[in-house]
Design a protein around this ligand. Structure first.
Ligand code: IVH
Length: 691
């Protein structure tokens, strides 16, 4: 949005309709860029501003709300609509065993079935927790590939599989005319963590475990997303084949490698049950150190002729079993609950634990998610808790062993003070997250806030980008926004820093000096108060006119029920929720102090008023009450505002005019009590120059 965008109040109906259409297309485009291609083209703040602008126009012209309105939609449409592909040979699942006795029983069954008494030969393969796929090759060329689906047919994800390095497009050497090759698509722990970090930074979906991340990466309608997800593949089984390719499974694995597939390097041929038990113990010990999640070991009878004789029962082969590891749980003591403050001010509780080994990893911290979660599980400091590693990565507290609760353990009280800066931490109704209100003073949020402060749509300081803010903050030069205006004093010092020179330091100092004068709406927006994007900043600036007035009114509005609070909440496009955010901000004395030091460095320009001086209602505070017959309430408000009037919802001593529609009640009475002038709808139309 450019600065030339007219205020919503000044739009005609035709202009509004046109802009809503443009916004719907524009927002849908950015949704796709973000959700489907993982490639956002604009900042979150700019994106939010577009949505707010859309919402503000819709609020003023409800009749123009489009069927494809972005307000009715969150993010991009869910993925679906893959074509179905039938597997030539069904894709089966595996039976599980959990201990040596179960495994011995499996072996005994196999021997009984085959009428043999000699030791069995197996191939052991780590069981990866990913998703299985079926790849079809014709004359050595990749034809198509599908997910397992219901075992008979799956989803055609060929385009996505083609983006994966681990899926050969051509098989090397001789290959059958037709062959189905099966394997597991998965994500390494490192790729999973990196993906979640990137998703978190972009405000995107966080995956619970590598399996979900891999599945999400493969089941994308846009293959470009799959390409960016670093998916891996271990090949391990066969489906249809137009000619035999091996006599043993081990030999088959060698063929897979020769064709260009990756076979899990830990796979091993084993002679006898005892060797299997030893391998199981070895894998259980090595599990935590592997770069990917495994949840057991698959044991397959090596001889393919025997496999054919053994066949299937139900949906699982008789010739293989998955020996699962026991659930990774441990019991330990919760020593403390620490509150971490995120970059956006969110307070997250972290459990500090008596260190304990969970499946080979020493765990001393676990997430407690949020305050509701603590209350739901009634987790108390001193409690003995059962810990579990979900998806092998993020440890969680499953439950409390209440029998072991110390007599003096008290229910945990979630702090309402930010541990990083001491400001109030508030939890808006309907939200699970409690947030620090000390945006400008809270060290935990400072860098993020300063980056916003200098961004293009805020103070727009050339040469002061994200990296520079981080650099100067690390040097201890930036503790609050006002410090930015003290950077010119450090020009000489900046010039000597790596990557800087005399010229760039001078240019930076000039760019900062050039911004000592700033329009009120940009100033308000730059503060980064929650929910105050460009559109709302503009509404506030227009309504309050000057910085001094805005500051005074906001401080008065911190009092719930005050006229100023009601006035703030009744500004078209603001509403009570946003009024509360502003009140929270101004309710924090140190935010006010920070504002004062900042404005001491600046000249904040008054908001430019629309050219309406000749209207009889210009500068008047108007209240509409009762049912209007010739226009909707939002339309009437908008009209009044476009003539330079201030429209509020409450009648007070400051009200100049009350427009009384049909069935008007208490407001009309209050106007009479206070001696405020009232007019009928028809009189209002004349005043406003409509008729
Ligand atoms: S063989 C007919 N081998 O485990 C046998 N499966 O619980 C088909 N899995 O659906 C499977 N690693 O997704 C086989 N080395 C491995 C495996 C493996 C993981 C998965 C696969 C299968 C599931 C069965």
């Amino acid at each position: 949005m450019s600065n030339a965008t007219p205020p919503v109040e000044a739009l005609t109906e035709a202009e509004a309709a046109e802009e809503l259409a443009t916004l719907a297309a524009e927002i849908a485009h950015h949704d796709r860029a973000y959700h489907q291609y993982d490639a956002p083209e604009i900042s979150d703040a700019d994106y939010d501003a577009l949505r707010r602008r859309n919402a503000a126009i819709e609020a003023r012209f409800p009749a123009l709300i489009r069927a494809d309105s972005p307000s009715a939609r969150v993010g991009a449409a869910p993925e679906s609509g893959f074509a179905k592909l039938r597997h030539r040979v069904p894709m089966l699942s595996l039976d599980n065993v959990f201990d040596p006795a179960d495994f011995a029983e499996f072996c005994a069954r196999v021997r009984r079935f085959l009428g043999r008494t000699d030791p069995l030969s197996f191939v052991a393969e780590p069981k990866i927790d990913g998703l299985s796929i079926n790849l079809t090759y014709e004359h050595g060329r990749f034809l198509h590939g599908a997910t397992r689906g219901d075992g008979m047919e799956g989803e055609d994800v060929s385009a996505n599989l083609r983006t994966m390095d681990a899926v050969p497009q051509r098989l090397r050497g001789h290959a059958p005319a037709l062959i189905e090759i099966r394997g597991e698509v998965f994500m390494t722990k490192a790729d999973f963590l990196a993906l979640n970090e990137a998703q978190a930074a972009a405000g995107g979906k966080i995956f619970a475990n590598p399996r979900n991340a891999a599945a999400g990466g493969l089941r994308q309608l846009d293959a470009r997303i799959t390409a960016g997800r670093n998916l891996s593949l271990f090949a391990y089984a066969q489906g249809e084949s137009s000619e035999p390719v091996a006599e043993t499974h081990w030999e088959y694995l060698q063929r897979l490698q020769a064709w260009g597939f990756t076979v899990n390097p830990l796979s091993r041929p084993l002679a006898g049950e005892d060797a299997a038990a030893a391998f199981q113990a070895e894998m259980a010990a090595d599990r935590a150190a592997l770069g990917y999640d495994i949840d057991g070991v698959v044991y397959k009878i090596d001889d393919l002729a025997l496999q054919r004789r053994l066949g299937f029962v139900g949906r699982a082969p008789r010739w293989a079993t998955a020996w699962k590891f026991p659930a990774e749980q441990a019991t330990t003591v919760l020593k403390a609950i620490d509150i971490q403050v995120g970059r956006t001010g969110a307070l997250t509780p972290v459990a500090r634990l008596e260190p304990v080994n969970v499946g080979g990893v020493l765990v001393q911290n676990a997430t407690l998610h949020n305050e509701d979660e603590i209350a739901r599980k009634d987790v108390r400091i001193g409690d003995t808790v059962i810990l579990q590693r979900a998806g092998d990565v993020i440890p969680q507290i499953v439950s409390v062993v209440t029998e072991r609760r110390p007599a003096d353990a008290v229910a945990y009280v979630f702090p309402d003070i930010c541990p990083a800066c001491g400001s109030h931490a508030v939890r808006p109704p309907g939200e699970v997250v409690r947030r620090c209100t000390g945006g400008l003073i809270c060290e935990a949020q400072l860098v993020e806030r300063l980056i916003h402060f200098v961004s293009r749509t805020a103070f727009d300081i050339d040469g002061l980008g994200e990296k520079t803010i981080q650099e100067f903050h690390a040097l201890g030069w930036l503790h609050s926004p006002a410090d930015i205006f003290r950077l010119p004093e450090r020009e000489a010092e900046i010039a000597t820093r790596e990557g800087w020179g005399k010229l760039s330091a001078r240019n930076l100092a000039r760019a900062i000096e050039a911004r000592r004068t700033i329009p009120l709406e940009r100033f308000i927006y730059a503060l980064g108060i929650r929910r105050i994007g460009e559109a709302n900043a503009r509404l506030l600036a227009r309504h309050y006119g000057s910085y001094v007035n805005w500051r005074a009114q906001m401080i008065a509005a911190t009092v719930v029920g005050s006229d100023e609070r009601l006035e703030l909440g009744s500004i078209l496009g603001i509403g009570p929720t946003i009024a509360e955010e502003l009140a929270d901000f101004f309710g924090e004395p140190r935010n006010r102090a920070t504002l004062d030091t900042l404005t001491a460095e600046l000249t904040v320009e008054d908001a430019t008023q629309v050219e309406t001086a000749d209207s009889p209602v210009a500068g008047k505070t108007v209240v509409f009450t009762g049912t209007l017959e010739t226009m909707t309430r939002p339309e009437a408000k908008a009209r009044a505002e476009s003539l330079g009037a201030k429209v509020t919802d409450t009648v007070s001593k400051k009200t100049d005019l009350v427009v009384v529609g049909a069935d008007a009640g208490s407001k009309a009475r209050r106007a009479a009590e206070l001696g405020v002038q009232t007019v009928t709808e028809a009189e209002w139309r004349t005043l406003a120059g409509i008729d």
